[in-house]
Design a protein around this ligand. Structure first.
Ligand SMILES: [Zn+2]
Ligand SMILES: [Zn+2]
Length: 246
């Protein structure tokens, strides 16, 4: 099923009471669509060829098994990472609304889009559990919700596997990663996550959920502690990734 079809599958009854607005430009849209036709045409999907580990898109044609220099030099702790969209408008605005402006209802549509577009990847992984990238308690209190947990819960429900929301915790508050270099980002998140329930991850194939993949420092730090706690493997899915093409 195409992504365009997926975007319109939500309970129609809601439309009667809550007229829908395009998550990209705010114009009214019919039948619970995520985007208006114009914004939908601007959506940029991650397409092959891309690094088989971190998922970064390549500009020149490469073999299907190609791995980027970054991953060859310093292999990440996660087995592979995949994203549906390139992080630019209009998905960027939709994610900002989801993350910071309380538009939590977007979780349902985002989860469906992820499952539809990364179906082959998820089948290959055959994950046992889903884990969201956690927020530090101070950030959670400030925001009121963890958008990654909302996404992870819906993905887990569709896949019919457990979502372990308390297993991985953020124990050290960190400054925003925005504007930091790769080495600063790595340093910023170092030691900020811990596994509080190793029994829940031991021998498990873990699907780790985040909203945006930028350098992968956050998900790599999460994967590191999960692997150290005995996970069989960690695979990462994010809704979008920045366009650092190689
Ligand atoms: Zn629009
Ligand atoms: Zn790579």
């Amino acid at each position: 099923m195409s992504i365009l079809k997926q975007l319109v599958i939500v309970p129609r009854l809601l439309d009667v009471f809550f007229p829908c607005l395009c998550a990209g430009c705010g114009t009214p849209v019919e039948a619970s669509r995520l985007f208006c036709a114009e914004c939908e045409a601007d959506l940029a999907m991650v397409t092959a060829p891309f690094c088989q580990i971190c998922g970064c898109p390549f500009t020149s044609p490469q073999g299907n098994e190609h791995i980027c220099g970054e991953c060859l030099q310093q292999p990440p702790f996660f087995k592979a990472a995949r994203s549906v969209f390139i992080y630019k408008e209009p998905i960027k605005r939709a994610i900002i609304q989801f993350k910071f402006l309380g538009c939590t209802a977007l979780a349902e549509l985002f989860a469906k889009v992820i499952i539809t577009n990364l179906d082959g990847f998820i089948k290959q992984i055959a994950p046992d559990i889903v884990i969201p990238v956690p927020l530090h308690l101070s950030r959670l209190r400030e925001r009121g919700y963890n958008q990654c947990l909302l996404l992870a819960k819906r993905i887990a429900r569709i896949l019919g596997i457990p979502c372990k929301k308390r297993t991985l915790q953020k124990v050290k508050p960190t400054m925003s990663q925005v504007g930091l270099s790769l080495s600063q980002r790595r340093f910023n998140v170092k030691g900020s996550f811990t596994v509080v329930d190793p029994d829940a991850v031991q021998g498990r194939r873990i699907l780790l959920i985040d909203d945006v993949f930028t350098t992968g420092s956050t998900v790599n730090e999460c994967a590191k502690v999960l692997v150290k706690a005995g996970a069989d493997g960690v695979w990462v899915i994010t809704l979008a990734r920045t366009n650092n093409v190689i």
